[in-house]
Design a protein around this ligand. Structure first.
Ligand SMILES: C[S@@+](CC[C@H](N)C(=O)[O-])C[C@H]1O[C@@H](n2cnc3c(N)ncnc32)[C@H](O)[C@@H]1O
Length: 400
């Protein structure tokens, strides 16, 4: 057990899509009405300074785009940090033999100075501390490869981090306390009774949609294109009640099987309802607090279409969304957020994306901007896999 005086500054180690992962965390902060005093980004590290303690263990399970969370113990200039290491107890465990690693979010020279100081400190304290480099890589959306994934760390290792805010030149030091359990997420995904690989969204992206919708515990989230229910299940893990609508009878049967399995395997006290209806016409008996969905993205494309064909597909998508949203807006409480993905189709003449201006004009819904620390974060945010013909854009609309 480590007892440090911790500051309310947290490091989030982000996954491959930094922009989306960052906005997911900010949506959570906004939903929880947590006051964010400052934030900074360095590579795939997001440092936030907030006015309230967060439950890191719970949050790492909720977030789809974050791979680890750490808490800051010291902040100051590099020299102040080196002094801090010299003068304070950094390692408080009883075992005298251990391995440790350092996640680096600063320049190589600062990292070397810091790591030498830490090594010396352990030597002075007669600890058998063995430094172990990080293993694995994280392939970022932009093509960059970041060496060292916290997911590859063994539980017994201590992971320190050093982060530099390039604007204020301040350094942050602390430990990584929680790591996302990718194996458990994969297990959940693979052991579902019914899987539909080509259509179903990944649990990580489903979690991101749920967080972007800002639906709170015990409220009701609606997925109007629920398929076999991945988004619904990830929402239920966060104690959110869910309603799914699905036009295809077989998919409804499959979703029901999955939901029963899910309820039996994961303790949740929330309800689910699956309706075999068309979301363009469905009549709901109660209002909901948010929408999170991956709509039908159109036919599965294996090769790059020409621009005309892609435009046709997108036009169909826009029309479907307009009809569905015009129907569902009647069942949304005020300030409800609607988080959804839309297709981004590769063509020989660039990508074609949905016409969100038209969707907003024809539904009366508004584009939602997230405001954190006087900065505005707008949608869409792209989620791209180079090898795919149809990629995704994430949107959030709001009913005012
Ligand atoms: C991309 S899939 C959704 C995948 C889902 N997120 C999952 O994890 O399984 C889109 C689903 O929307 C359904 N769908 C298409 N048009 C619909 C409509 N008008 N109303 C309700 N469901 C519809 C399709 O049958 C399909 O199962």
């Amino acid at each position: 057990m480590i007892f440090y005086l911790s500051l309310m500054q947290y490091l989030f180690v982000l996954g491959r899509n930094v922009e989306l992962s960052k906005v997911e965390i900010f949506s959570y902060i906004e939903k929880e009405k947590i006051n964010c005093k400052n934030f900074s980004i360095n590579s795939n590290g997001l440092m936030i300074d907030i006015t309230r303690e967060i439950d890191k263990e719970q949050l790492i399970r909720r977030l789809g785009g974050t791979i680890a969370i750490g808490q800051v113990q010291f902040t100051g200039s590099l020299n102040q940090l080196l002094d801090y290491i010299k003068q304070n107890e950094i390692y408080l465990e009883t075992e005298t033999k251990f391995t440790y690693t350092i996640m680096n979010f600063c320049s190589e020279s600062s990292f070397d100075a810091f790591s030498d100081e830490l090594k010396q400190k352990f030597r002075d304290e007669k600890l058998k501390a063995r430094y172990q480099g990080l293993r694995g890589n994280i392939k970022m959306q932009g093509g960059e490869v970041i060496h060292g994934s916290p997911a590859k760390i063994k539980a017994r290792d201590i992971i320190y981090f050093i982060f530099e805010d390039s604007k204020s030149k301040k350094y942050f030091f602390g430990t990584i306390d929680c790591i996302s359990d990718s194996k458990e997420m994969e297990r959940r995904d693979m052991s579902r009774p019914i899987r539909r690989e080509e259509l179903a969204i990944s649990p990580r992206l489903a979690k991101i949609l749920v967080n972007l919708s800002q639906v709170k515990e015990k409220e009701v989230l609606l997925d109007p294109f629920c398929g076999i229910g991945i988004v619904l299940q990830e929402a239920m893990l966060d104690n959110i009640n869910v309603v799914g609508i699905e036009v295809d009878r077989q998919a409804v049967t499959d979703a029901e099987k999955n939901m029963v399995w899910f309820k039996n395997n994961y303790q949740t006290n929330v309800f689910f309802r699956i309706l075999n209806e068309d979301s363009r016409k469905v009549v709901l008996t109660k209002k909901v607090e948010g929408i999170a969905t991956e709509p039908a993205l159109g036919v599965l494309l294996k090769s790059v279409p020409n621009q005309e064909r892609a435009r046709e597909m997108i036009h169909k998508f826009d029309n479907l969304m307009i009809q569905v949203l015009n129907n569902l807006k009647n069942y949304l409480k005020p300030t409800t957020k609607l988080a959804f993905t839309a297709p981004l189709i590769k063509t020989n003449k660039g990508s074609v994306s949905c016409n969100i201006t038209r969707i907003c004009e024809e539904t009366g819904l508004e584009r939602y901007d997230l405001r954190i620390c006087e900065q505005i974060f707008s949608f869409p945010i792209k989620e791209i896999r180079k090898e795919k013909v149809v990629n995704r854009e994430f949107f959030v609309l709001e009913k005012i």
